[in-house]
Design a protein around this ligand. Structure first.
Ligand code: ADP
Ligand code: MG
Length: 297
């Protein structure tokens, strides 16, 4: 999905089978790849995204060139792609071995199909949970990326059923369609600025919480993250306002200059290193505290 967004897609369609264990397929209407670029894309450390600028200025999701070759080495992998104005091409890889390639019929864009993930790699397979749990993780990922890019249309199908269908909209509408609907009534809009750092979005009032933290959507410079510092700051902001085992529902977007962060810490890029962690924490705890205060909490 990140590759699709990097390729300028306006529509991203995800199909899952068996929670993703049987099938994960992502189709997009992005730039597509030439047959030569497709061959390169499944080579390790081949990326078209290494920036001329400093690494911290990278605007794309990818920049390691690891996803496609890694996936292609542990599953049955079919890559279809077509650049607008050219013919489509298909490349099939089975556990790292190229088994076939040839012309393919598809609209401009790319379709990546992954079948039987880890099925023949028992050492990895045992780290996969039940189809149900893996499905939940996939849904979570789709939701987070959909919230990061409200301008893009997304669909999600699981075992032939349409789960999500999201048209391009403005951010508040996308947030509303993904988060708990009660937030319309029990949410508090946030828009704070401290120096070059901005914090925007919506958080739920202390009276509207959940037992799990699965509705905390956090973004740093447009990327979904699950960063510990941010989660901790959020917890601190609500401390004494909600019971320990409860969590607020939030969609928070933190934007700061590229030099203030290092996204590269975690391979899945969900952890961030901040140049000024205390400043970030202070903005979140202090900012949310006073917003909740003013709202009468
Ligand atoms: P990275 O995203 O880190 O560059 P990937 O292994 O995810 O590495 O992808 C390798 C390369 O394949 C990308 O740099 C890009 O050039 C190309 N690519 C992958 N997916 C797509 C896509 N959906 N549309 C267009 N190009 C793609
Ligand atoms: Mg990538």
């Amino acid at each position: 999905m990140e590759n699709s967004l990097d390729a300028g897609a306006t529509q991203v369609d995800v199909r899952l089978g068996g929670g993703g264990l049987d099938l994960v397929e992502v189709s997009d209407d992005g730039s597509g790849m030439s047959p030569a670029d497709m061959a390169l894309a499944i080579e390790r450390h081949a990326t078209s995204k290494l920036p001329n600028e400093a690494i911290e200025e990278v605007a794309s999701f990818g920049f390691r060139g690891e996803a496609l070759p890694s996936i292609a080495s542990v599953a049955r992998f079919t890559l279809d792609s077509r650049v607008r104005g050219s013919d489509g091409w298909r490349l099939e890889v089975d556990h790292g071995a190229r088994i076939s390639e040839g012309p393919a019929a598809l609209p401009p864009g790319t379709r990546v199909r992954v079948e039987g993930l880890f099925a023949k790699v028992p050492a990895r397979r045992k780290f996969l949970r039940s189809p149900r749990a893996e499905y939940a993780a996939c849904l979570d990922t789709v939701r987070r990326l959909a919230m990061a890019r409200p301008d893009v249309a997304f669909t999600l199908d699981h075992d032939g059923r349409r789960i999500l269908s999201l048209a391009p909209v403005a951010l508040p509408a996308r947030v509303a369609s993904i988060l708990d609907h009660g937030l319309a009534e029990h949410g508090l809009p946030i828009d704070l600025q401290r120096g070059e750092v901005r914090l925007g979005g919506v958080v739920s009032l202390p009276t509207f919480t959940r037992g799990a933290a699965d509705q905390q959507y956090l973004f740093v410079n447009g990327r979904p993250v699950k960063d510990r510092l941010l989660v901790g700051a959020l917890r601190a902001a609500y401390q004494d306002l909600i019971a320990r085992e409860r969590s607020p529902i939030v969609a928070l977007f933190l934007d700061l200059p590229g030099k203030e962060i290092d996204i590269n810490v975690h391979p899945a890029k969900t952890e961030v290193r901040f140049a000024d962690p205390q400043g970030v924490r202070g903005l979140i705890v202090g900012g949310l505290r006073s917003a909740l205060d003013q709202a009468g909490h």
